[in-house]
Design a protein around this ligand. Structure first.
Ligand code: SF4
Ligand code: MG
Length: 326
């Protein structure tokens, strides 16, 4: 399939009182038409900033790189051109629908807004489209719910409304940032099923941002693991789960809760994500890595292809490189 989104060499920095924070520090992510690509990492890894930058909604400053979307170079478009794309060809859903839904407008007004703006639908047509979308996302009694306000709905129903809004114009790409994190397990499974259904019915590509490897296993074709603003591992989903190579990815795997265990997080990676900007030499993961060698603290490892389409950024898997020079 054709490349739909190609993020190349992206750097997004924040300027704070404490200095420059390279939140996204040279990231490449490619999504093909109809593909679901997961971006995984702890909070502070740069995964949300990457997706916000792709929508041109980041509060940070884009320093370098390019973002090609469906033949357009997003970083060179005007804000007006970008508005024509957002909510139309690419749409986004977030973790907490209550903060993204407007409390003073009805569900129908909010779902209908995108088709009114982008497809020039009239009021009646937009309302009909809203009802159709509510049906599509599995909301019962859509003819009544269309006139309800968001606070009258449960968390799961609100997330369905968010998805209805995002899908109203049939986007080619859906960016979902922790779409099920705030929901309980049963509702989470229903929302993931819904996203899979919509994806296969409409061929929508999905960029899925999550800290949850269970969600990745369920949903994704490919996975990008981020740490400290960089990609540290990337592969197809099966390879990632069967042969994780980066010590950080291996740590994430070990900290996944298992189904037969009541105890979550039997293992957790020691230490915490370094404050962005605090560690700019060597491998950023070194302070938490049980395999750290001398070279790791001195020299930054490069992202290296270690198998077909399998990349990792670690001295353990960069044979011949990083050795002491005489
Ligand atoms: Fe660990 Fe070194 Fe690999 Fe970094 S480069 S993950 S410190 S072994
Ligand atoms: Mg986030």
């Amino acid at each position: 399939e054709r490349e739909l989104l190609a993020i190349k060499g992206l750097k997004t920095y924040f300027y704070t009182d404490e200095g420059v924070v390279p939140a996204v520090d040279g990231v490449d992510i490619t999504i093909r038409e109809g593909q679901t690509v997961g971006v995984v990492g702890e909070s502070g890894s740069g995964k949300s900033v990457t997706s916000l930058t792709a929508m041109r909604l980041t509060p940070g400053k884009v320093m370098e790189g390019s973002i090609q979307f469906d033949g357009k170079d997003l970083l060179t478009l005007s804000e007006q051109q970008m508005q024509d794309i957002r909510g139309n060809e690419m749409a986004m859903i977030f973790q907490e629908p209550m903060t993204s839904l407007n409390p003073v407008f009805t569900v129908g007004q909010q779902i209908g807004e995108a088709v009114r703006i982008h497809l020039k639908y009239g009021k009646k047509q937009a309302r009909a489209r809203s009802i159709e979308m509510l049906k599509l996302v599995g909301i019962p009694r859509p003819e009544q719910i269309v006139d309800e306000y968001p606070h009258r709905l449960s968390g799961g129903m609100r997330q369905r409304v968010m998805i209805a809004m995002a899908m109203a114009c049939n986007p080619k790409l859906l960016i979902a940032d922790e779409p099920t994190t705030a929901l309980d397990v049963t509702i989470q499974a229903q929302i993931l099923d819904l996203m899979k259904e919509l994806k296969s019915a409409h061929g929508t590509a999905i960029l899925l941002i999550t800290h949850d490897l269970g969600v990745v296993a369920e949903m994704c074709d490919r996975v990008v693991v981020m740490y400290g603003g960089k990609v540290v591992e990337e592969s197809d989903v099966i390879t990632l789960f069967t042969e994780p190579k980066h010590p950080y990815t291996q740590g994430l795997m070990k900290s996944m809760p298992t189904l037969d265990s009541e105890e979550k997080r039997l293992y957790s990676i020691k230490g915490s994500v370094p404050a962005p900007g605090s560690l700019r030499e060597g491998c950023y993961f070194a302070p938490r890595c049980e395999f750290a060698m001398e070279v790791c603290r001195r020299q930054a490892p490069q992202l290296t292809e270690i198998g077909q389409g399998h990349f990792t950024r670690c001295w353990l898997h960069a044979p011949g490189e990083g050795e002491e020079s005489p």
